[in-house]
Design a protein around this ligand. Structure first.
Ligand code: SF4
Ligand code: SF4
Length: 292
């Protein structure tokens, strides 16, 4: 069994927001699709990998009509993993609150616009009104925003609710330049300094599963899965990623799985899509296009 820190379940390609520069290219209306529940994926991979965290991921996972089945399946096949829903918060409701106790699931909320703050806070206040949540202090200290306001809460089962007000952030990590059809990698696929991108990457431990196949990280998965709808596979700037990156297929043999994970743990040529450092000016302009 291979221990991994994070497994992202890429179960929705589309999103109800459009944040230019989106890590998975889900901001474009051309990108569509939900992945219906499939037991076979979980049955196979639960005999091979043990993730510490399993994140319901997209796009916006609350748009998947089978989200509860995915939670139920992951809880059964990986009873010891921490389950998390990574959501923009726009569709959070009381029904989702009940899942915390049923599936021991946590919520990471990235609020990308101030306009729907009341929806997010309704959900948080309903959770707090149960009396089951306390302010969360993790290994980094109290989970607060830059103004000392509490933004994380935890219950006795170690399920948390964390709110990140992304719309307040002045930087947006540059996984690639521009957005959607206009996107470009930061460097050539065969540049030899890809270690520099990987060295500063906060996503490098997040293996991504889409339709039962595994990808290095959310950025690479987003490019290879959603890039076709945007015509990126036809573009000279991106075609080396489509032609050279090797995902790990469902039902691969153990020797192939071991090799793939050994490579996944380190820098790879595909990391040339990402910047070597925060590119503040350019990405702030791109991110200002966030819209409903
Ligand atoms: S809410 Fe998240 S998934 Fe949706 S477009 Fe914005 S960054 Fe992408
Ligand atoms: S391609 Fe490499 S540097 Fe970019 S997000 Fe993925 S792991 Fe990080």
């Amino acid at each position: 069994m291979i221990d991994i820190p994070n497994l992202d379940m890429f179960i929705v390609q589309t999103c109800n927001l459009s944040c230019a520069g989106c890590q998975t290219f889900s901001d474009s209306k051309l990108v569509k699709g939900v992945t219906r529940y499939n037991n076979d994926y979980l049955e196979f991979w639960s005999s091979k990998i043990q993730p510490a965290y399993i994140n319901m991921f997209g796009g916006e996972p609350l748009l998947n009509p089978d989200l509860e089945m995915w939670l139920d399946g992951c809880r059964q096949y990986w009873p010891d993993s921490n389950l998390v829903i990574q959501t923009n918060g726009l569709r959070l409701s009381e029904e989702h609150l009940s899942w915390i106790d049923t599936y021991n699931v946590s919520f990471n909320i990235s609020q990308h616009m101030p306009e729907y703050g009341s929806k997010v806070w309704n959900f948080i206040n309903q959770a707090l009104a149960t009396g089951k949540f306390q302010p969360w202090t993790n290994e980094n200290g109290p989970v607060q925003n830059g103004y000392g306001e509490q933004r994380g809460w935890i219950n006795s089962d170690e399920c948390h609710i964390q709110l990140t007000e992304s719309f307040n952030e002045t930087v947006w990590w540059s996984f690639y330049k521009n957005t959607a059809e206009e996107s470009k990698p930061n460097y050539n696929y065969f540049s030899n300094d890809f270690h520099s991108s990987w060295n500063v990457c906060g996503c490098r431990t997040f293996v991504n599963m889409f339709e039962g196949n595994l990808y290095k990280c959310p950025a690479v998965a987003g490019l290879l899965i959603n890039g076709d709808s945007l015509g990126l596979n036809e573009k000279n700037t991106w075609k080396d990623w489509f032609n050279n990156y090797k995902r790990l297929n469902l039902y691969s043999q153990d020797v192939i799985i071991d090799e793939w994970f050994n490579e996944q743990k380190g820098p790879q040529s595909c990391c040339n899509m990402c910047a070597h450092k925060l590119d503040m000016g350019a990405q702030t302009v791109v991110n200002s296009k966030v819209k409903l």
